[in-house]
Design a protein around this ligand. Sequence first.
Ligand code: PLP
Length: 408
Amino acid sequence: MKRLIYLDNASTSFPKPPEVIEAMNHFMIEVGANPGRAGHERALEADRIVRNTRKSLAKLFNIDDPDRIVFSMNVTETLNTVIHGFLKEGDHVITTSMEHNSVLRPLRHLEEKGFITLSVAPCDGKGFLDVDSLPSLIRKNTALMVLNHASNVCGTVQDARAVKQAVGDIPLLLDAAQTAGCFPINVKADNIDFLAFTGHKALLGPQGTGGLYIREGLTVNPLIRGGTGSISEKEVQPDFLPDGLESGTRNNVGIAGLGAGVDFILKQGVQGIREHEKGLTAALLSALYDVAGLTIYGPLKADGQTATVSLTFDSLLPPGAKYDYGGCGAVNLELMEEEIYPAEAGKILNSEYDILVRTGLHCAPIAHRTLRTFPEGTVRISMGYFNTLEDMEITGRAVRRIAERDYS
Ligand SMILES: Cc1ncc(COP(=O)(O)O)c(C=O)c1O
């Protein structure tokens, strides 16, 4: 089999630890039953596995009560659950100009219907939120602050603790799609009210898994209601967690795999994973820094970002040229005669170098507008725990040759 270098981990992580596949196989072959729905031994075993995943996640995020974590299909469902189930008519919401469409689309939908009003706090050319702008955006009816913890476009990590301090009692919904599993998150120390996570990225679980932590004292109405296996004598939805927000049979085989992914992370230590990914980011950035005709976006410092690097092959164009300088990194000033479009560069990386990346807008048009890479977007190189320094060397060389148009 040819060796592919998979660098699309911001979309979904690959490969998964063998333990994840083993746990899913075990569930399918030796358990198979529906947790919380019967008293027989297989159902009890399924229940134990699901509970263990909840406990492992609670340990990872420093959550006291695992039952305040509810499972979902993905973070998109989680974000919609909070946005639709927590906000009331007339509420005001603050979000940022680096969000994913999973946040912006449900918020814009409610805004268009006249249900809520929305303020978008500005982020700078590196993607960092201007935390000082937040107090002036707060209104009497501000009910929620929604923050993308790390940009899926260029990796910029926001200071969640500072944001929570700036908004005070207003609940903070943290979209941790890009940080859960690869960046330390402590809901108590960071004062996070709602933590939204997806299972298939850095948490190393399978696709079709995600979840939400809800701080004690906050109530979210369910998006859907139905059978939960609990208080079956009643025709109304349970009002306790996790059952209230977990109607219908879950992706329990996926939750088994997610638990194994989280246990793998706990074994390595999230700080160890972070250090490894910082090393990869630093290596890639230094391999790309002096490539003529390249613009790199984001903090350009492994410390301030996840292991995601975005770039365009259009150099730093002078004022008045077709594009303004939107990037913040490339140190060279050499101009490319003609830019290479992100989609084309992505195809060349795949066909000539067996390197898999994602190009375009990454479901985050507002972030690309902030970075001034809209509408073509960028070439996004996103590393994961299983990438190596050698992968970074090969990728750095490949990008250089594409910029030099020396690849065929
Ligand atoms: C910041 C952010 N939010 C939300 C999502 C949506 O994730 P999912 O497809 O798992 O729901 C992503 C995925 O790319 C993301 O990066």
